[in-house]
Design a protein around this ligand. Structure first.
Ligand code: SF4
Length: 107
């Protein structure tokens, strides 16, 4: 395969990756901060001691159930956060149909 073909294949793989978003159920958050350690660009603890997601402009979204897009380079960190979250309250879902792929409601 030529370099051009490899690059084309990689971009095809990138576009095949579904767009994901993440939200936190603050009612179950224990405030331990694991998510903010794994992906500080996406998660942050507010002054109430609970974790919230941030938008692309680093703005904390403190509305209950607020979602933010998962940046592709941070997908692993966000997924690991959902897996390790002691409150089982990080939900990662596909934007197109809102099906949860990682988190307590994932199949
Ligand atoms: S890992 Fe889960 S329980 Fe811990 S602060 Fe983040 S959202 Fe809350």
């Amino acid at each position: 395969m030529s370099v051009q073909e490899e690059t084309a294949a990689e971009s095809a793989a990138d576009t095949a990756q579904p767009e994901l978003e993440v939200w936190i159920d603050q009612d179950l958050c224990t405030g331990d901060g694991i998510c903010a350690q794994y992906a500080p660009e996406v998660f942050e603890l507010d002054i109430d001691g609970l974790a919230y997601v941030k938008d692309a402009g680093d703005e904390l979204l403190t509305e209950a159930g607020a979602t933010t897009r998962v940046p592709l380079p941070l997908l692993r960190e966000v997924v690991d956060s959902a897996k390790e979250c002691p409150g089982d309250c990080i939900h990662v879902r596909r934007i197109s149909d809102e099906v949860e792929l990682y988190g307590p409601d994932a199949e």
